[in-house]
Design a protein around this ligand. Structure first.
Ligand code: CP3
Length: 372
């Protein structure tokens, strides 16, 4: 049934086998993510590849954010910078959640100090129907960067990522960052059928973007639903969970660990785990032992957690940071595994030398759950 005019759909997406990935079976990050015993407690930082690093700011001079994301050499170098500097246990691809939208042809910019800005917000049925599909070859530059990275990273795993359908929908519907997500919530309740159509398209786009990264060799993925915490559990389950589940199901054949993260999601943790993640990221508002308790309620297995130092505390004195790291690591022992991280991204004003000290401190602490 194929013809030259047929659009490339999910059926044409790359197949993903374990044979296309490096064998990193001893990597502490991958072991912990699978609930197995790592040789040391793994640590990486969300937004480690970015503005807190002077070497990043130098490279980005005169290059706008999204251009950098489509330059394979530049994104490779920026991804490697924090790995070299901090000795973290995983690299995270330098990209952005709006990269697949831009690649597909949506007019979106990242405005410095603001975030993603969409020129024509998506609010009507015709807006949704006109949202372009993402084709794998439109993110060839990203895949090229991933291939170069897995060649250069040695034993360090590379985390690929995508924005979850809800967080992307919020930027598209609001037209930019939003405090209350009011147009987004109004749309999901007033026009549920249209809402689900939009979310389905964004889920397909996330799957295409993640599969391109996985086919190029990414070792794990994180699905960022940064703003899901704005929703009640009831609305999350009805309007969001089926679509985030579709994303995890769409990459399950790769067999790599999946992480799911959002901010302010204390009430949503069990539901977010149900989307199909192996690891659930927790922000600083809920202690990790309490997060593990919530996610194992009803007789479920203990989860693997990631988190959750408050990024603001990177600006406090070292003894404060040290105490918090010890507390978090102890609380993390209630889970089936713990990947140390911040509760959200590194803030631009954070002192990178503090991040390096945190890595050294975490690596010196005993890994694994209580009693192992
Ligand atoms: O180190 C890493 O984590 C990898 C790179 C990464 C970026 N964006 C680079 C970036 C990742 C994983 C993201 C994801 C992302 N982008 C999310 C989810 C993660 C989260 O923080 O919740 C979101 C919500 C976005 C949208 C976005 N892009 C925002 C809100 C901003 C900040 C705007 C600002 O200037 O305050 C961006 C821009 C952005 N993405 C920067 C970086 C390094 C800063 C751009 C710059 O250097 O000027």
């Amino acid at each position: 049934m194929s013809s030259s005019t047929e659009p490339l759909g999910p059926s044409r997406q790359p197949t993903l086998g374990a044979d296309m990935r490096r064998d990193l079976s001893d990597a502490p990050f991958l072991l912990a993510a699978r609930g197995r015993q790592p040789s040391r407690l793994p640590v990486w930082f969300m937004r480690q590849a970015g503005r807190s690093l002077p070497e990043y700011r130098r490279l980005r001079t005169g290059v706008d954010m999204l251009s950098a994301c489509f330059d394979a050499d530049l994104l490779t170098e920026i991804t490697l910078q924090p790995v070299r500097r901090h000795g973290v246990d995983a690299a995270i691809l330098f990209s952005d959640i709006v990269v697949p939208l831009r690649a597909a042809g949506v007019d979106v910019e990242i405005s410095s100090g603001v975030g993603p800005v969409v020129r024509s917000p998506v609010r009507t049925a015709s807006d949704v129907d006109q949202l372009p599909e993402l084709h794998t070859e439109q993110v060839d530059a990203v895949a090229g960067g991933v291939r170069a990275l897995v060649g250069e990273l040695g034993g360090t795993p590379l985390i690929g990522f995508a924005g979850a359908p809800f967080t992307l929908a919020s930027y598209l519907v609001e037209g930019g960052p939003s405090k209350n997500h009011e147009r987004t919530k109004a749309l999901m309740h007033a026009e549920p059928e249209l809402w689900h159509r939009l979310m389905d398209r964004l889920a397909t786009m996330a799957v295409t973007f993640l599969r391109a990264q996985l086919a190029a060799g990414a070792d794990a993925v994180q699905l960022f639903d940064s703003w899901a915490g704005a929703l009640s559990e009831r609305d999350y389950r009805r309007f969001v969970l089926p679509h985030s589940s579709k994303v995890f199901a769409g990459i399950a054949d790769a067999g790599v660990p999946g992480i799911h993260f959002g901010v302010g999601t204390g009430e949503l943790l069990p539901a977010m785990r149900e989307a199909g993640a192996d690891v659930v990221g927790v922000d600083w508002r809920v202690p990790l032992d309490e997060a593990a308790r919530r996610m194992s309620a009803g007789g479920r297995d203990a989860p693997v957690v990631q988190g959750n130092l408050d990024p603001a505390l990177l600006l406090a004195s070292w003894p404060v940071v040290e105490d918090e790291v010890h507390r978090i690591v102890e609380e993390g022992r209630a889970a089936a595994g713990h990947v140390f991280n911040l509760g959200h991204g590194v803030l631009p004003d954070a002192d990178p030398t503090v991040l390096t000290r945190i890595v050294e401190l975490v690596h010196g602490l005993r890994p694994g759950p209580t009693g192992r």
